[in-house]
Write a protein that binds this ligand. Structure first.
Ligand code: NAG
Ligand code: NAG
Ligand code: NAG
Ligand code: NAG
Ligand code: NAG
Ligand code: NAG
Ligand code: NAG
Ligand code: NAG
Ligand code: NAG
Length: 356
């Protein structure tokens, strides 16, 4: 399933900084559209007789060679009769002709390993191989310091997320969801300063949620659902001033424990907060109604939260789904929940509410 959806629009590859401009971002409920723009269109291509970069050429041939199944035959036209910059899924730089900037072969049922030779495509800015059957380990990406998008979701990738990935400091979007990755999330993930969206959900990741996520000041969408992450939710997640732009935080279906950090309730632009199916404990803060007027989904179900549900929850006017089920809440169900006019899904069962 695709959660992060990257829209690539205008921008010259010569002007590739300042990706932190979040004004152009828009978020649908399940869809984050990032308008970054890599402009690969026809401009002054004065390179009619170039022969190509042999390193890039060789890397692509090796990539093709490692693919065992190509049911749609898309790689058939990856041959010597066609310049590799014209091969399906490939784009090259206009400013550095013959250097590959985009490798995008999504949704093609390609099977095989991702060759380590990809690590030589040093001008690569987008690597999209999502929704295929690639297995084996992630290729070494640490030298690809121009990478802005890595989208390998929905494959069969195994092994760790290497720490050296954080060498790709231009990364804006990282989607490794729906694979079989293990190990912990790189602790220095916070050094990916430009990150806007990260989706590592549906893997088998263990260890803690790195505190340094608080350093990803432009982060709008964080998805870590359905892993085996443990420990407490780092306070830093809600601490940094720019985390106010954060729109969606999914930490559900892990093994997170401890209290819900109050800093999370400072993420005033949140649309989605999913902390369900962990072992979180403690009470809800009385000012939960101040969380975010934009909040649409609040999932806290199947935890060990206790105490009463603060009446201020009725202030979350945009809520369409509220899940408090499967906790240890007591006392009355606040009348104010009746004010939530947009509510379509409400789960309160398996608590100790009075009169239920
Ligand atoms: C091709 O790319 C490699 C790796 O960056 C570089 O070392 C080499 O000089 C390039 N060759 C040409 C002909 O541009
Ligand atoms: C792959 O499929 C998804 C979902 O259907 C779609 O959004 C995306 O544009 C497709 N990508 C390519 C390169 O076909
Ligand atoms: C490219 O990558 C491969 C595998 O990582 C490596 O063996 C090779 O030396 C690299 N360099 C060139 C120029 O192909
Ligand atoms: C990060 O990239 C730089 C520049 O290509 C390179 O010199 C350095 O070795 C890389 N670091 C790691 C850990 O791969
Ligand atoms: C995160 O930010 C803090 C404070 O600005 C800094 O000391 C730390 O080195 C940063 N960590 C990373 C991984 O960037
Ligand atoms: C996500 O992973 C879990 C197992 O970890 C699996 O049960 C679930 O079906 C997966 N979801 C999808 C949509 O593949
Ligand atoms: C929330 O933000 C306000 C204003 O920035 C700050 O004063 C307050 O301490 C923050 N609360 C938490 C729990 O971080
Ligand atoms: C929400 O915040 C406002 C101002 O920051 C404050 O006046 C109000 O009492 C708060 N509401 C709740 C329920 O905490
Ligand atoms: C849930 O919290 C209660 C106390 O509030 C405690 O007695 C119980 O053991 C906890 N259950 C789990 C599964 O942590």
């Amino acid at each position: 399933m695709i959660y992060l959806y990257w829209n690539l629009l205008t921008k010259s590859d010569a002007v590739c900084t300042n990706v932190g401009n979040v004004n152009t971002m828009g978020l649908g409920i399940l869809v984050l559209s990032v308008l970054l723009g890599l402009f690969y269109g026809a401009s002054d291509i004065n390179c009619s007789t170039v022969h190509g970069n042999t390193t890039d050429h060789r890397s692509l041939l090796d990539f093709k060679g490692a693919i065992r199944a190509d049911p749609r035959g898309v790689l058939r036209s990856w041959n010597e009769n066609i310049h590799y910059c014209m091969w399906p899924g490939i784009k090259c730089s206009t400013w550095h002709p013959e250097r590959v900037t985009v490798l995008n072969l999504a949704n093609l049922s390609l099977a095989g390993q991702i060759t380590p030779y990809l690590g030589n495509l040093t001008f690569l800015r987008e690597l999209t191989l999502s929704n295929n059957l690639f297995s084996g380990h992630l290729p070494p990406l640490n030298r690809l310091i121009r990478l802005r998008i890595i989208d390998l979701h929905d494959n069969l990738l195994q092994g760790n997320i290497p720490n050296a990935l954080t060498n790709c400091s231009e990364l804006v979007g990282l989607d490794l969801s729906f694979n079989m990755l293990v190990g912990s999330i790189p602790q220095n993930i916070g050094s990916l300063f430009n990150l806007i969206g990260i989706d590592l959900s549906n893997n088998s990741l263990t260890g803690n949620i790195p505190r340094t996520f608080g350093n990803n000041s432009y982060l709008e969408e964080l998805r870590l659902t359905h892993n085996q992450l443990k420990g407490s939710i780092p306070e830093d997640l809600g601490k940094l001033p720019n985390m106010g732009v954060s729109r969606a935080v999914y930490l559900g279906q892990n093994r997170l424990s401890g209290r819900v950090p109050t800093t999370l309730f400072n993420l005033s632009n949140l649309i989605i907060l999913d902390l369900s199916r962990n072992t979180l404990r403690g009470t809800l803060p009385s000012n939960i109604g101040n969380l975010s007027v934009a909040l649409q989904w609040l999932f806290l179900g199947a935890n060990n939260l206790s105490g009463t549900v603060p009446p201020s929850i009725g202030a979350l006017k945009d809520l369409t789904a509220l899940d408090l089920g499967g906790n240890n809440f007591v006392g009355p169900i606040p009348y104010s929940i009746g004010n939530l006019a947009k509510l379509q899904k409400l789960y309160l069962s398996n608590n100790h509410f009075d009169g239920w």
